[in-house]
Design a protein around this ligand. Structure first.
Ligand SMILES: [Zn+2]
Length: 116
C-alpha cells in the first residue's frame, strides 16, 4: 500500500514531462531505490501501471537502479558493505565498526529520457 504514494509521485513527474514534451509511451524514467528503503520496485511498477492506464503516461518505462546499503566505519571513515552478522570494518588493518548511513535508503526520481 505504501508504494502507492511513491508511484503517484513518479506519475506526476512523468505526466508533467509528457505534457511538456513527448507522448508518455516513449519515456523512460530512472528510479534510484535503496535496498533498505522499505519499498518494493515491483509494487511501485504495479501501482504506476494502474495509475497511468489509459492516460498520457501509459507505457512509460520505469528502470530501477537498486542501491546496496553501506556502513561507514567510525574509525577510518571507509564505506563498506556489511557482511552477515558483522559490523566490522572491511579494512583488515582497522579495528573500527561501521554505523548505518543513508546509503541504501534512497528513493529518487532520476532523469526522464526518451526510450532508446
Ligand atoms: Zn575502518
Amino acid at each position: 500500500m505504501h508504494e502507492y504514494n511513491y508511484a503517484l509521485k513518479i506519475f506526476k513527474a512523468a505526466e508533467k514531462y509528457a505534457l511538456e514534451t513527448e507522448n508518455g509511451r516513449f519515456l523512460e524514467i530512472k528510479i534510484k531505490l535503496g535496498k533498505e528503503s522499505g519499498l518494493s520496485a515491483e509494487n511501485i511498477c504495479l501501482y504506476f501501471e494502474q495509475i497511468s492506464k489509459g492516460g498520457i503516461c501509459e507505457g512509460v518505462k520505469l528502470t530501477f537502479d537498486i542501491v546496496e546499503p553501506l556502513l561507514r566505519c567510525v574509525k577510518c571513515g571507509k564505506l563498506f558493505k556489511r557482511s552477515p552478522f558483522s559490523f566490522a570494518c572491511s579494512d583488515k588493518n582497522c579495528s573500527g565498526e561501521g554505523e548505518p548511513t543513508e546509503i541504501g535508503k534512497e528513493f529518487e526520481i532520476g532523469p526522464i529520457t526518451i526510450k532508446s
